[in-house]
Design a protein around this ligand. Structure first.
Ligand code: NAG
Ligand code: NAG
Ligand code: NAG
Ligand code: NAG
Ligand code: NAG
Ligand code: NAG
Length: 477
């Protein structure tokens, strides 16, 4: 703040004279230095007199060395270190608007009397109301006392020039420059007013602006990224110390309709927190939850509203058509408009449970061979926006091959298969043996066809006799 600007027509020092009219800008609250350099022959013995035009003495030093302070006594001084060189600069600390005006420095040395005139212009930037609530009407004023003729005023916010014509500002072209606008968080920062006119070094003054309202998210339609099934917080945090009343959370439908929050957005689960924090915690994000949301509350009579977008992420996979085809994992987001890049990384946990990440490949789709155990485990798709990582989504590839001989269910399954095959082979063998035996028998019979008929006829005869005997018995009964 202790800054000053020396400007204007160059101080021409000629012989025992000092050239008059110098202009000085000073920021209100800072220290102003009013120059008076008069090289006279015997300066140490001179009388120096600083006064305000049409007002009284500010400071005076007699030949004897006696000093006298007039108006603003405790804030002015003339350092004596350079008086020998003819420098009688007047320092005014904590400059006020009423200090602005014309000053005269008079150096009297015997018969010689030289004067120097200095115009002090005090610049002040003020904001009203001092800490506006967002949406509130706000006025930024740049005052220069006295107003310099032909001066131009330009504005800077955080060292960047503001163009009032192109923004939401109204600039009134009066001598007091006013920026009239609706306060928003993007206007917070260091506001500077730069006052200049032809041939002069410009002067400037600054003041910080804080806008009260929703600090998180700081702008409308910010995106919140969440993996399906994971927990997420939809932020809505007001400036600390505020007590927002009538808080409302809503979901915004496609055509401007307003819907209630999904049931999973249960605000009664929330842990206790500050009154200015009305964030909502979602325990488990579901497929249909993606979309636009709005939180609002009233602060000092002004309704403060923030919209945000919940973007859900998940991994699609062509899960195990056969073990031989490579797995294809696709990183899917409900809205990709902010995403510029995707990256797949594998997360490895060592026995100590510390995780290490190895970057694998760029792009939305990952193709990997599931047959090698090296690729099993946790895969994470990270997605990036212009500002860096937006979020990530995780996928697990189970251990596939039994080659390591460690996965139990698979080896017991193999044993079952072996046993089944064994039994089948045994059955086949038995069938073969049976068929072979039949074949052999048939061959033997063919060798002795007569024998077969003999055997048959003997058998038939016996049968007949037996039947007759049974019939006779029946009749006798
Ligand atoms: C504000 O901006 C002015 C002008 O750009 C600069 O001189 C001043 O140091 C800044 N103040 C702060 C606190 O950043
Ligand atoms: C504002 O004034 C200070 C010193 O008074 C100077 O260093 C700075 O460059 C000025 N800033 C602008 C933007 O003119
Ligand atoms: C939120 O959860 C609590 C506790 O399970 C339950 O009593 C309450 O009815 C739920 N509220 C809503 C709006 O679902
Ligand atoms: C996707 O997000 C952008 C902002 O990031 C938004 O403008 C756009 O409307 C969104 N699209 C859909 C379909 O919601
Ligand atoms: C696990 O921790 C032990 C002791 O802290 C250390 O000696 C060992 O190197 C660690 N192993 C790995 C793989 O980091
Ligand atoms: C995924 O995101 C979470 C939450 O932001 C973070 O803690 C984690 O380290 C990220 N994982 C990777 C592999 O980037």
């Amino acid at each position: 703040m202790w800054q000053f600007v020396l400007l204007g027509t160059a101080l021409l020092v000629t012989g025992g004279r000092c050239q008059s009219v110098t202009e000085v800008y000073a920021e209100a609250g800072s220290r102003a230095v009013l120059p008076c350099i008069c090289r006279s022959t015997s300066s140490s013995a001179a009388t120096i007199h600083w006064s305000r035009v049409s007002k009284s003495t500010v400071w005076r030093k007699a030949k004897s060395g006696l000093e006298y302070w007039g108006i603003g006594a405790n804030r002015v001084r003339v350092p004596q270190s350079h008086t020998g060189a003819g420098e009688y600069n007047l320092y005014i600390k904590d400059v006020r608007r009423e200090d602005g005006g014309k000053y005269t420095c008079m150096v009297e040395d015997g018969e010689k009397r030289v004067t120097s005139n200095v115009l002090l212009m005090v610049i002040q930037v003020s904001i009203s109301p001092s800490a506006p609530v967002e949406g509130d009407k706000m006025t930024i004023t740049c005052s220069v006392t006295p107003w310099p003729t032909g001066a131009t005023v330009s504005w800077m916010l955080n060292e960047k020039t503001i163009h009032p014509e192109s923004a939401d500002y109204v600039l009134s072209k009066t001598q007091v420059y006013v920026l009239q606008t609706k306060a928003s968080d993007s206007m917070a920062g260091n506001w500077s007013c730069v006052v200049g006119s032809d041939g002069r070094t410009p002067g400037n003054a600054s003041t910080p602006l804080t806008v009260r309202g929703i600090v998180k998210p700081s702008r409308d339609s910010a995106s919140v990224y969440a993996e399906l099934g994971a927990a997420v917080t939809l932020p809505c945090v007001f400036s600390s110390g505020l007590t927002p009343s009538k808080p409302v959370w809503e979901r915004l439908g496609r055509f401007g309709s307003v819907l209630p929050l999904p049931p999973s957005f249960n605000t009664s689960f929330l842990p206790p927190r500050q009154v200015w924090d009305m964030s909502v915690v979602v325990g488990e994000v579901r497929q249909g939850d993606a979309g636009r949301y709005r939180c609002s509350a009233t602060v000092e009579g002004i309704r403060v509203v923030r919209e945000m977008q919940l973007v859900t992420s998940q991994v699609f996979s062509n899960e195990a058509l056969t073990q031989k085809t490579p797995a294809t994992l696709t990183c899917h987001l409900s809205n990709t408009s902010e995403v510029t890049d995707y990256e797949w990384v594998q997360v490895n946990s060592d026995p100590n449970n510390t995780q290490s990440v190895s970057s694998f490949q760029k792009g939305r789709v990952l193709k990997i061979n599931k047959e090698t155990d090296r690729n099993s485990g946790q895969w994470v798709c990270r997605f990036y926006g212009k500002q860096g990582v937006l979020g990530n989504v995780t996928y697990h590839i189970p251990l596939m091959s039994g080659q390591m001989g460690e996965s139990k269910p698979e080896s017991s399954g193999n044993a079952g298969v072996v046993l089944g095959l064994g039994i089948l082979l045994l059955l086949l063998l038995l069938v073969f043996v049976k068929m072979y035996k039949n074949h052999r028998r048939r061959q033997m019979i063919l060798q002795y066809p007569a024998m077969e008929t003999i055997v048959h006829s003997i058998f038939n005869e016996r049968e007949e006799r037996h039947r007759e005997r049974v019939k006779e018995d029946d009749i006798s009964k």
